[in-house]
Ligand binder design. Structure first.
Ligand code: ATP
Length: 234
């Protein structure tokens, strides 16, 4: 098998004295969609934040596309081609859709033009002059993803992209992620909506107590129903 695009080895992370990650191991291969599952507080968000370097107190190895991300300053991590969409979305609420797209966090080679973004997100084109505050939750989520796509990333880390969204919008986000996958995007996401995760993911990692308990492909969901029931209650 080829080298993983993202390899995480024995990742520990702390908030002050609070030891949140206890040695996370995971791989994401190019073009895959991988979902982190687990109950509240097990360290899913912290895993994404520690990969990006947003939790500074961490040890272990994080390799992206052959580059060690641990020790790189935050702005250099973003330039490696990996982008993070936080649960709170990270758009400029007082700026319009257009302005949010014109002012991406980083502009790199291979980033999508604003017109390409609007072709992918026609609803954002219709709302291009609306400020972030006037957008629905789904539109805000799409704008947050769109801003990261402007930067030319090869890999997206998404934290609960369907949180608080109506089923029809959840479906739209699922279609969008499927389109991005077809274009070769690699995706690691945290998701509480198990049905959504089961529809879009190639593989899962189940987390408990700041560690990965088990990893398995979507085809083996049936063999893991007891474990999922025990750990997630689904
Ligand atoms: P959730 O779905 O509730 O976000 P999670 O699996 O993503 O859960 P994390 O948010 O990564 O879990 O939290 C892991 C642990 O770290 C929890 O014990 C949490 O209380 C703690 N934690 C998270 N953020 C902070 C913070 N900013 N300061 C201190 N402790 C934190």
């Amino acid at each position: 098998m080829s080298e993983p695009l993202l390899a995480v080895r024995d990742l520990h992370a702390w908030y002050g004295e609070g030891h949140a990650l206890h040695g996370v191991n995971l791989d994401v291969f190019r073009g895959e969609t991988v979902t982190l599952l687990g109950r509240n507080g097990v360290g899913k968000t912290t895993t994404l934040r520690a990969i990006m370097g947003l939790v500074r107190k961490r040890t272990g190895n994080v390799t992206f596309n052959g580059t060690d991300l641990i020790g790189l300053p935050l702005h250099r991590v973003a330039r490696q081609g990996i982008g993070f969409v936080p649960e709170e979305r990270g758009i400029f609420a007082t700026l319009t859709v257009d302005e949010n797209l014109i002012l991406p966090p980083v502009v790199a080679k291979g980033g999508m033009s604003v017109e390409e973004i609007f072709d992918l997100f026609p609803n954002l084109r219709e709302r291009r002059n609306s400020p972030g505050t006037k957008l629905s939750g789904g539109e805000q989520q799409m704008l947050a993803i769109a801003r990261i796509l402007r930067t030319g990333v090869q890999m997206l880390l998404l934290d609960e992209p369907t949180e608080g969204l109506a089923p029809v919008i959840v479906q739209r986000i699922g279609e969008l992620l499927a389109t991005l996958k077809k274009r070769g995007m690699t995706i690691l996401l945290v998701e509480q909506n198990f049905r959504f995760a089961a529809r879009i993911a190639d593989r899962f990692y189940l987390m408990e107590h700041g560690k990965v308990l088990e990893g398995f492909p979507v085809g083996e969901l049936g063999a893991h129903t007891e474990l999922l029931h025990e750990v997630l209650g689904v």
